[in-house]
Write a protein that binds this ligand. Structure first.
Ligand code: FE2
Length: 289
């Protein structure tokens, strides 16, 4: 009987043939399957802008993204990540979506909750929805997990971050582009124009829309940096809404008015491999320029 060719087997075959074509040894397979997914690249970025109040100088924001718990990444690894993040003493923590690979099938929520709760940031913990957080009727499961562990879920809404001197910046969060309903005008409602704004959007390619609004920075995930990159060819798979801006720093808009940063994420999905696309944790430092 002919075996049905699923998307996953097709991807596996594509990946396998790339390895064969490139002549990578079984050592290359082991590296992509076991070693690289367990590494962690800590990236540092400055967020400089004249709209940032001086009192925010030196404030640190840590972004983690796309853990996809339950696929290849497990809770033992996540526990270590939580300690790593706390040891870096962030003022603000951002999670940009895709917590569990399949929320409705994840059985260890009771173990995950204290880990998320342990994440500590004096100015707040914030998160948005990724496509996997909506998948398999997972939206309520994800929201309950994040809210019960002191994360503020930003679903087409905003919040201000205020310091003791009264100065503030704004964080905006929009819904996922693949399985949700992102609404930027709604997220911007009640946000004053003359304040510094950071938009959280799981999908990086929405930056082209964001550049049409008075938003200075966007922070995204979703792409996994391509997850598997082939030398001289680039990313093997770029998911929808991460095709234009797959990784790193971009300047967007006619006057380069919007800066986008795309984090490569922590876990993997669809294929248990990372190659030339190490898991990433990003530390942003605010600077009033
Ligand atoms: Fe993801």
């Amino acid at each position: 009987m002919k075996k049905k060719l699923t998307r996953r087997t097709l991807l596996k075959r594509t990946f396998g043939s790339f390895l064969t074509v490139l002549g990578l040894s079984s050592g290359g397979y082991l590296y992509a399957n076991r070693i690289e997914p367990s590494l962690l690249d800590i990236k540092r970025q400055h967020i400089k802008h004249p709209l940032i109040p001086k009192s925010f100088n030196g404030i640190n924001i840590i972004q983690f993204s796309d853990t996809h718990l339950g696929f290849q990444y497990n809770l033992d690894q996540f526990k270590k990540l939580v300690n790593k993040i706390n040891n870096l003493k962030p003022d603000i923590i951002l999670f940009t979506g895709d917590l569990m690979d399949e929320p409705n099938k994840f059985r260890d929520i009771h173990q995950l909750l204290p880990m998320l709760e342990k994440l500590h940031a004096p100015l707040g913990k914030f998160c948005i929805f990724g496509n996997h957080d909506h998948g398999g009727y997972g939206s309520d499961i994800y929201r309950n997990i994040m809210e019960s562990t002191n994360f503020t879920v930003l679903l087409n809404e905003s919040t201000s971050i205020k310091l003791k001197d009264g100065s503030s910046i704004y964080l905006l969060g929009i819904d996922d582009a693949m399985l949700g309903n992102p609404d930027l005008p709604l997220a911007l409602k009640n946000v004053p124009d003359n304040h510094f704004k950071i938009l959280l959007s799981h999908a990086p390619d929405l930056a082209d829309d964001a550049a049409m609004y008075p938003i200075q920075w966007q922070i995204s995930g979703h792409s996994h940096g391509g997850q598997v990159k082939i030398p001289f060819i680039g990313a093997l798979i770029k998911p929808p809404f991460a095709k234009i801006y797959p990784e790193g720093l971009y300047s967007i808009g006619d006057d380069h008015q919007l800066t986008l940063y795309v984090n490569r994420g922590i876990g993997t999905t669809r294929l248990p491999f990372r190659f030339m696309s190490k898991p990433e944790l990003t530390i942003f430092t605010l600077n009033s320029n």
